[in-house]
Design a protein around this ligand. Structure first.
Ligand code: NAG
Length: 317
């Protein structure tokens, strides 16, 4: 009996070690609440391992998750109005296009204007994240940390800035709004040359318009103080058009209920189990990485699943 008990204890310890060792990096879940298809683009910074995709189709209501390794840094954005030839796969997007001429961006960056979600994942230290309108705006997007410790505030832009975009910044299609730097190219708007420092580059009427509409977003290059956020050990939910189905304010720090569901619906299949909250299930059942299911929860589950064995052990003693 002693032998049975100690071997099961060893077994449990090994399981716990395996699972807890796997907790590293951050899981990113991208959700499309727009009433149109979005083609997210992902660019990993130089030196970061690329994620499983660099660009894919995300239908209305769809979601897809990615595991990023510790120290990963890069950006996410949404492309809109894309058409890709079903036979050759080639095509372009009206906004956020990455000039890859394909659904995957393959290391290519978003062409402005595009709302950007930027991340630097820590490794036992703080993650840094922001939503930037420095390269303009194309669609509403928020970033919400899930779990993690520290201030961990949500950030982004709930407002449809395309509706408020001044004529001189509007793109032809009306589906995006340029930054003043892109529209006019002058050093005072681009924070370049003589304006290349925080004390010389000040907000402009344009960046202030962006900032008023989206107080937590980067509105110009030196907007760091109110636009960069930190959290340690979190997963992140990136939602396009967050207010389409939710009245949550950008001040809220808890993600909407359905964003707890990180189940991957896969590229191109939008009818995933959004709305079915599977977050209470152990991750091996939902196919998620272990990092979404905290260590204490595993320990809790395993300790309670061992109780019947312990009971039998005592009965037979
Ligand atoms: C992450 O970066 C830090 C600082 O550069 C380094 O000490 C650490 O080993 C890195 N972690 C991983 C898992 O690469």
């Amino acid at each position: 009996m002693d032998h049975v008990f100690s071997s099961s204890a060893l077994h449990i310890t090994l399981i716990l070690l395996t699972i807890c060792k796997g907790i590293s990096g951050s899981k990113f879940t991208i959700i499309n609440r727009c009433d149109y298809t979005v083609w997210p683009g992902i660019l990993s910074n130089a030196g970061s391992t690329p994620l499983d995709s660099t660009g894919f189709e995300l239908p209305q209501g769809g979601s897809r998750s990615f595991q990023a390794p510790p120290n990963w840094s890069g950006r996410f954005w949404g492309r809109t109005g894309c058409t890709f030839d079903p036979n050759t796969g080639t095509g372009t997007c009206i906004t956020g296009d990455c000039s890859s001429n394909q659904i995957e961006c393959n290391g290519k960056n978003a062409n402005p204007p595009a709302t950007l979600a930027e991340f630097t994942v820590g490794s036992g230290v703080k993650d840094f994240y922001d939503v930037s309108l420095v390269d303009g705006y194309n669609l509403p997007m928020i970033v919400e940390p899930n779990g993690g410790s520290g201030s961990c505030l949500s950030t982004g832009c709930m407002t449809d800035l395309n509706q408020q975009c001044p004529a001189e910044l509007r793109v032809e299609s009306g589906q995006a709004c340029k930054s003043a730097c892109e529209a006019f190219g002058s050093p005072e708007y681009c924070c370049s040359g003589a304006y290349g420092a925080p004390d010389t580059c000040k907000p402009s009427v344009y960046s202030e318009m962006f900032k008023t509409a989206c107080p937590r977003s980067y509105s110009y290059a030196y907007d760091d103080a109110t636009s960069t956020f930190t959290c340690t050990g979190a997963d992140y939910v990136i939602t396009f058009c967050p207010s389409s189905t939710s009245q949550k304010s950008a001040r809220d720090t808890t993600p909407p209920a359905s964003t707890a569901n990180g189940a991957e619906t896969g590229s191109g299949s939008g009818d995933g189990p959004i709305g079915i909250d599977t977050s209470w299930l152990p991750n091996f059942l939902t196919g998620d990485s272990p990092s979404a299911f905290p260590c204490w929860a595993w320990q809790f589950t395993l300790i309670f699943s061992t109780l019947p064995c312990l009971f039998l052990f005592l009965v037979y003693l």
